[in-house]
Design a binder for this molecule. Structure first.
Ligand SMILES: *Cc1c(COP(=O)(O)O)cnc(C)c1O
Length: 397
């Protein structure tokens, strides 16, 4: 028998390939896929022991499962968190991280530029339960200080935000939260887990839509909540176990495989994005280019401070509004038109007519989502092909 190593001492790439593995007596090298919802016990006493916690082991799919447990352990090792729970989608992770701790009378503060479903939860759903909210300009630290009061139970932010890539200074907002005791939740999807580390910057909880770069190939929906052992076990798990937004075993198994290649993919996404951002910066067809890796980003200093690289996402506005944006998108021959992101395949999105259509024109205007704005999720194709595709489409505008 080989001695079991302390996985927390491994470097990141090793953690992502080997972390959390549960090997059965079959000796499989690839993680097994366990398609079972429930478990049986050798004796009534063992059943009792599993439920009172004196005998370790699984008891029911809504409580725990080998594939979910492996994924949760691997994600915790990646993020450097004490614990993790995975969910059926990114929105299930966001919603569960909110509802597991909010009650009537609480206040929530959030960055103003938000993914449309997060916007819906905060501005439409929460008020139905007597929970008030403030939306705060990402860059306005005075506004953050004003919005976060003793009544503020939680603070939620996306940075970089979808789709305008606005940034929030995580450490500065974390300091405000520490003063009042608010729980800071960071949606870290756009930075990917590899480029930005909110827990190290003072956040309490990190959430992911694993649907994006973690899956990386557009196959599964999933989400994750990462934080302290106390938060996950005492606050998040009771809510999740009793309401059932858990991830499927198959999706967890796919995501275990995805994590193995995450560092390779994110490096390539960023390499390609940097080249395309430079190319777009030279075009006369654009009225605005937003990329956290470029000095022209309005919050470049914050990007430098809290992100390791510029990331895999670029946003830009074409002169000529929606007509020019549609002409550009329709002229692309390789890059797919989609509303999704975080894929090996490069994807382009017209946010105003798709992901952010439902929030309405006034909210879009407030968030800077103009009709000419497109969001490019840069893939891992050969950069020469991507460059040629963008150049051809720019000519068509
Ligand atoms: C996609 C996305 C979500 C929601 O994730 P799903 O897996 O689609 O439920 C939440 N936040 C951000 C920033 C996203 O991009």
């Amino acid at each position: 028998m080989k001695k079991k190593q302390d996985a927390t001492k491994w470097k990141l790439a090793t953690k992502l390939v080997r972390g959390g593995r549960i090997k059965t007596s079959m000796g499989e090298t690839s993680e097994g896929l366990f398609l079972n919802s429930s478990y049986s016990y050798e004796s009534a006493e063992e059943g009792e022991g599993r439920f009172d916690g004196s005998i370790p082991g699984f008891k029911y799919g809504r409580y725990s499962h080998p594939n979910l447990a492996m994924l949760e352990e691997r994600l915790s090792l990646m993020e450097g968190s004490e614990a993790c729970v995975v969910t059926a989608s990114g929105m299930a992770a966001v919603f569960a991280s909110f509802m597991c701790q909010l009650k009537a009378g609480d206040h929530v503060a959030a960055s103003a530029v938000l993914f449309s479903s997060c916007h819906y939860i905060i501005t439409d759903l929460l008020p139905r339960f007597g929970i008030t909210y403030s939306l705060v300009e990402s860059a306005d630290m005075a506004a953050w200080a004003k919005a976060i009061t003793k009544k503020t139970k939680l603070v939620f932010m996306e940075t970089p935000a979808n789709p305008t890539l606005e940034l929030v200074d995580i450490a500065a907002v974390a300091k405000l939260c520490k003063k009042t005791g608010a729980c800071l939740i960071v949606d870290n999807v756009f930075a990917t887990p590899l480029l930005q580390h909110p827990l190290q910057l003072g956040a309490d909880v990190v959430v992911y839509s694993t649907t994006k770069h973690i899956d990386g190939q557009g196959r599964t929906l999933g989400g994750a909540i990462l934080g302290s052992k106390a938060f996950i076990e005492n606050t998040a798990l009771p809510f999740i176990r009793h309401t059932g937004p858990h991830m499927s075993a198959f999706n967890a198994w796919v995501l275990l495989k995805s994590l193995e290649t995450l560092p390779l993919r994110v490096a390539r996404h960023c390499d390609n994005a940097e080249v395309l951002a430079d190319l777009l910066a030279k075009s006369s067809k654009l009225s605005r280019l937003i990329y956290p890796g470029l000095k022209s980003h309005p919050q470049y200093a914050i990007a430098k401070k809290q992100m390791d690289r510029g990331g895999p996402m670029i946003a830009f506005e074409l002169k000529g509004g929606k007509k020019a944006a549609f002409r550009f998108m329709n002229a692309l021959q390789i890059i797919d038109i989609s509303n999704n992101l975080g894929n090996a395949k490069s994807l382009i999105t017209h946010s105003a007519s798709t992901t952010h259509a439902s929030i309405g024109a006034p909210a879009r205007k407030a968030q800077g989502i103009t009709d000419g704005l497109v969001r490019l999720s840069v893939g891992i194709e050969d950069i020469d092909d991507l460059r040629a595709d963008i150049e051809t489409a720019l000519k068509a505008v």
